[in-house]
Design a protein around this ligand. Sequence first.
Ligand code: 6PG
Length: 468
Amino acid sequence: MFKQQVGVIGMAIMGKNLALNIESKGYTVSIFNRTPKSTNEVILNNPNKNIKPYYTLKNFVKSIIKPRRIFIMVKSGKATIEVINYLIKFISKKDIIIDCGNTYYKNSIKMNNKLNSMGFYYIGAGISGGEEGALKGPAIMPGGNLTAYKLILPIFKKIAASYKNEPCVNYIGKNGSGHYVKMIHNGIEYSDMQLISETYFILKKGLNLNNKQISKIFENWNKGELNSYLIEITKNILIKKDKNKKYLIDVISDEANNKGTGKWMCEEALNLKEPLNLIMQSVFMRYISNMKKQRLKASKILKCSENKYKIKNKINFIKKIKQSLYFSKIISYAQGFSQLTKASKKNKWNLNYSNIAKIFRSGCIIKAKLLQNITNSYIKNPNIKNILLTKYFSNIINNYQNSLRDVIIFSIRLGIPIPVFNASISYYDSYRCANLSTNLIQAQRDYFGAHTYKRIDKNGIYHTKWLK
Ligand code: 6PG
């Protein structure tokens, strides 16, 4: 029987596109889906491809050359776990399962250990880039056994996006680390999107610009330091019209959904004691956005000040908004990478941050020009605690911070919700403050609970009998 070189399970849009991507790079591919309908559609809509459909997992497995390389792209969580548990009934020792979903990294660790103990390999590979990325080249973040990784690497290199001829894939580290990095990617994606949305609102509500004008502004910004995939799509979104010739953005409900990866990153941040306030606020904004009924009621009860605040020099103020966006974006990436360094230490992953930043340079949702600067910083010094402390980033931040202060004051006066811009200046002012107000917290803790405190003028641990 003629066998295929690669297997792909899951024929929803992402899995289908991944299979087509792999096939287009010269591999023969076996495909399987829980329901045959999707499998048949792939075959029907893609004639003359080296793709063979299978309708039972057993036959699917049998159809692949050993050691088998099987990509799984089904819904993360229960569905992925079920597929793998069923699949292991048929595979052989040394076969490699590549879990491409947004699997929770702790489940990735569990699955890796389970499969390894049975003699199979598991690669937890975060894949980013949406539908188009899966088809034309995603960013790939694989973690797991290094031997297995090397066996998949030729395929990864061919199917990944590339940045100046470098494929956007690098070995992340031991088990769980690939999915962890994907979780960080997604958290940053949340704050990037929220910051762009706040920017859009300031331009719209604060400066009274229309969709076309705002789109043009994003288009211009995309030519400079803010260049990114998300700015690019935003400029397109803003000018898209529906059948009734209405701007689509104006009729889309503001209730923003999520699949939980941003929340995971926040939970992790709390466990690692990482003050991840931009991404947390971005997650909270999605939650507030879903309190639609309450917000509608509140909008009739709760007031904003009557303060009218006009901008005299719009062009100059738009420049300030641009600098505010870049400032906040840098703070968010600084926090994301700072969390990575803590997670790496805790899990003994020995992560290579410049290699991770390199992966993000193309193919993924957070693809941005900034990532080359982050890459450079980590190449120069792999032990950076926080990129804000590098000469390159501290220069930009120092230059732009006043713009953000002006933009925040303006927006707050008008009652425009900008929680993530606020979070970014709060973090910045706290992080750069040598002596915070938290000395008072220590005193209060000691006062009511004898929790003790340290002094700045001498060593030791102290307790005061405050009422004596
Ligand atoms: C990607 C994306 C993707 C994610 C969606 C939706 O890298 O291609 O991160 O993995 O699932 O962006 O995420 P939310 O539903 O949580 O917004």
